[in-house]
Design a protein around this ligand. Structure first.
Ligand code: MN
Length: 321
């Protein structure tokens, strides 16, 4: 998915300044963002006062939407730099095309992981025909400086490891959880896990005290560390936890996101993550003149133009503790 905000403003993220060292329970409300003509997404990251959770830098939750008589998701070719995108579905399917030649249909509980490295472009669309309901999350992971120039590539993993406890099925989407590791390539210590809770479940999930964590609620009624979470909201949990109490009033779907606090300061603008205003400007120009981000073949429509970059110069301060 793309940030389609025409008034995109650059955001400086990362660094230790925002990280909470001890366990907290900070409820994050979504910002509603229109995506195309008929779709609306709930943006949880970046959020007012909370911009990253580990290397997770962007979280959109969308649906469940009834798209039986609609085109559904139609995101034209657009570029990315300095990040990985994670596509995760609970319902429906997304057809992915990218400038490395990938063509893949992502289905529920399959990992679509695109590593932009220095430059990639892609499109995402609901295939025709498509399932009636579309429900999922689109997430970005910031690449650390040492790896942000890697070759762009796309991975599609249909068989992910699962960790089970009574009433809980946890699918490891990215990184490791309780000894199980996703096959998706990672570039910093991180975890993303889908938590399917059965009605009446009461359990504890083992956590790494050096990671900071948040939980995104996607469906049902669940209590996370005692806090009731409505679908479309997110609970920031801070660091210093060895376990997380979970309770479900109904069947519920959550996503656990965590990782080592991301110590480099980054600049995020539109669909790019960079380290300086110059890099962002160069990337914008590289997309608009067609020279840098390759070509997405087969999408029926024109590529997305980049918004105008505001003139205010931005500075990231590198590694900040
Ligand atoms: Mn995208």
């Amino acid at each position: 998915m793309s940030n389609l905000d025409r008034q995109a403003t650059p955001t400086v993220c990362g660094g230790r300044g925002f990280v909470v060292a001890e366990p907290v329970r900070e409820l994050l409300s979504p910002r509603r963002v229109p995506l195309g003509e008929s779709t609306e997404v709930r943006r949880l990251l970046p959020n007012l006062g909370r911009r990253m959770v580990g290397a997770w830098a962007f979280v959109d939750h969308y649906g469940p939407d009834d798209i039986a008589d609609e085109p559904g998701m139609q995101v034209p070719p657009h570029p990315h730099m300095g990040l990985q995108t994670v596509s995760w579905l609970h319902d429906g399917e997304v057809l992915h095309r990218d400038s490395t030649g990938s063509l893949a249909t992502i289905r529920p509980r399959e990992l679509g992981l695109m590593t932009s490295g220095r430059a990639i472009s892609h499109s995402e669309e609901s295939p025709r025909p498509h399932a009636r309901f579309l429900h999922g999350a689109q997430l970005w992971v910031a690449l650390p400086d040492a790896h942000r120039q890697v070759e762009p590539h796309f991975q599609h993993h249909t068989d992910l490891p699962v960790v089970s406890a009574p009433g809980l099925t946890a699918t490891v989407v990215l990184g490791s959880l309780d000894g199980a590791t996703s096959p998706g390539t990672t570039y910093s210590p991180i975890v993303g896990a889908d938590l399917a809770l059965a009605r009446g479940a009461e359990t504890r999930l083992p956590l790494d005290p050096d990671f900071e964590y948040a939980v995104l609620a996607m469906s049902g009624e669940a209590h996370v560390d005692g806090v009731p979470l409505m679908p479309g909201s997110m609970l920031y949990l801070g660091c210093g936890r060895t376990e997380l109490p979970l309770r479900a009033e109904s069947d519920a779907g959550l996503m656990l996101l965590g990782g080592e606090p991301f110590e480099e300061e980054i600049i995020m603008w539109w669909n790019f993550i960079g380290r300086s205003q110059q890099e962002i400007e160069d990337a914008r120009r590289g997309w608009m003149d067609g020279a840098r981000f390759g070509e997405v073949k087969g999408y029926d429509g024109a590529p997305l133009p980049a918004p105008t970059l505001p003139p205010t110069p931005l500075k990231a301060r590198g590694r900040v503790r």
